[in-house]
Design a binder for this molecule. Structure first.
Ligand code: NAI
Ligand code: MG
Length: 487
């Protein structure tokens, strides 16, 4: 069954030819007049045409953001007024929840039950959480030891912030970037990923409707090598916040050198998920399934290296294999779907390429290991894949695959598994499954990862700081930790 996408979404927004970009409060076409296509990954068909920003549009957007930062209503607004605007965005997101969830699912491919139940409400939450912070950004009074001296610090916005986001959680990533930057009084130029520009642009309309002054939020869709690179190198941008690949993160850092702009980076991962023999097996197997297959495995924190104690290894791998083989693949827009397509043809090739490398290096899938055929052959569907007999030094155990592919490896003791788990260029997240509280705390202290989940996985909350060790990046988002990154 193939759902007709134009019938699925009755959004006037989608009917624009092309969908425009937001610069200085105006919805405009690209200076070049160019537009690019965004694809429905469940069918390979064109969903919409979108204005294609490049360096000229980035220049216009940065100029508008600078003007809005220096003059006009924004710098004169009180913290309370800024907070109200952010709160209003949260309300508008909730009012348009169904439409946003549908757009997200069509553009990215993810199952509608997750975009409705997760992406959209968490995005609204994020704006609401940072609405509260707008009035609580405080400096210090400092008791210096110099007589007759009163010393204090002020937390001030940085200025014009460039934000570059990926395609795996387009709406949530936009909120993680926009909400704290605006709460702190910055102005923003946001570049959504070329694979998934739609929800960020629709969110831009809601931001305008909420009443943000012109130029405070500018949204320029376009490609990384053109629009993204121009933003990263721009001499009048004070800070770049980036989420994406480690490879591009390094380029962002190099580009920042020109004017020494501040940089925060949320990059890749190859996160270990570790199941001890004393774990509650029903939850651990389900947890391992969710850790890797949620969002088709396209999650920076995906539990892609599954370490299982040797005494329960066969039990866990067969339970996971069984559950994976029963997952319902389908178009995201179908409410019954549990696993949608990966985001693009490029990602499909990358993921199936890694599966081939795994086979060549001697690992064997217990389930999956191929692109879906039949009804789903037109879309970018990869069957959920579990690799058994994997060694730590295999490519599939070291590199980020960013697809529905997990590698399983047995271990014997706690020190050994911690050392193996840490032997990675990444350090974004980890999972530990055990009923022994001492073992849990011991693992938390041994593992080098920005977030460690115990007896759960992939839990995110606006109040809980998030970010990586090592080449998973630096800086923290969410919670009050992110205020350091925008003041
Ligand atoms: P990417 O890092 O190229 O794209 C992320 C964002 O950066 C997009 O908005 C893109 O337009 C922009 N970008 C690309 N090149 C740029 C440049 N030279 N200057 C400035 N901006 C640039 O990621 P891509 O190619 O979409 O995916 C490749 C791999 O990266 C994935 O397979 C996955 O392993 C990893 N990735 C990790 C993410 C995460 O959340 N940590 C998100 C997306 C991808
Ligand atoms: Mg790329």
């Amino acid at each position: 069954m193939s759902v007709n996408t134009t019938e699925a979404v009755q959004s006037a927004f989608l009917q624009q030819q092309p969908i425009k970009m937001l610069i200085g409060g105006q919805w405009v076409e690209a200076a070049s007049g160019k537009a690019f296509e965004t694809i429905d990954p469940s069918t390979g068909e064109v969903l919409a045409r979108v204005a294609e920003g490049d360096s000229e549009d980035i220049n216009r957007a940065v100029t508008a953001a600078r003007k809005a930062f220096e003059s006009g209503p924004w710098p004169k607004m009180t913290p309370s007024q800024r907070g109200r605007l952010l709160w209003k965005v949260a309300e508008l997101i909730e009012q348009h929840a169904d439409e946003l969830a549908q757009l997200e699912t069509l553009d990215n491919g993810k199952p509608i039950k997750y975009s409705k139940g997760g992406d959209v409400p968490l995005t609204a939450d994020h704006f609401r959480y940072f609405a509260g912070w707008a009035t609580k950004i405080e400096g210090d009074t400092i008791p210096v030891s110099i007589p007759n001296m009163f010393t204090y610090s002020l937390r001030e916005p940085l200025g014009v912030v460039g934000q570059i986001i990926p395609w795996n959680f387009p709406l949530q990533m936009a909120s993680w970037k926009l909400a704290p930057a605006l709460a702190c009084g910055n102005t923003v130029v946001l570049k959504p990923a070329e694979q998934t520009p739609l929800t960020a642009l629709r969110l831009g309309e809601l931001i305008c409707e909420a009443g943000f002054p012109d130029g405070v939020v500018n949204i320029v869709p376009g490609f990384g090598e053109t629009a993204g690179a121009a933003l990263a190198a721009h001499p009048d941008v004070d800070k770049i916040a980036f989420t994406g690949s480690t490879e591009v993160g390094k380029k962002i850092l190099q580009a920042s050198a020109g004017n020494l702009k501040k940089v925060t980076l949320e990059l890749g991962g190859k996160s270990p998920n570790i199941i001890f023999s004393d774990a509650d097996m029903k939850y651990a197997v389900r947890g391992a399934l969710n850790a890797i297959f949620f969002n088709q495995g396209q999650v920076c924190t995906a539990g892609s290296r599954l370490f299982v104690h040797k005494s329960v290894y066969d039990q866990v791998v067969s339970g996971l294999t069984d559950a994976a083989s029963k997952m319902k693949l389908g178009q995201g827009i179908d409410p019954a779907t549990e696993l949608g397509p990966v985001v693009s043809q490029e990602q499909l090739e990358r993921v199936t390429g890694y599966i081939e490398i795994g086979r060549r290096e001697g690992a064997t899938p217990t389930t999956g290991g191929e692109r879906a055929t039949g009804d789903l052959a037109q879309g970018y569907f990869v069957r959920p894949t579990v690799f058994d007999q994997v060694r730590d030094d295999m490519t599939i155990a070291r590199e980020e695959i960013f697809g529905p592919v997990v590698v399983a490896m047995p271990f014997e003791d706690i020190e050994e598994v911690a050392a193996r788990a840490n032997r990675s260029i990444y350090g974004l997240a980890a999972g530990v499954w055990t009923s022994d509280i001492k073992k849990a705390h011991k693992m938390v202290s041994l593992l080098k990862a920005g977030v460690i989940w115990v007896n759960t996985y992939n839990q995110f909350d606006a109040a809980a700081p998030f970010g990586g060790y090592k080449q998973s990046g630096y800086g923290r988002e969410m919670g009050h930790a992110v205020l350091d990154a925008y003041t």
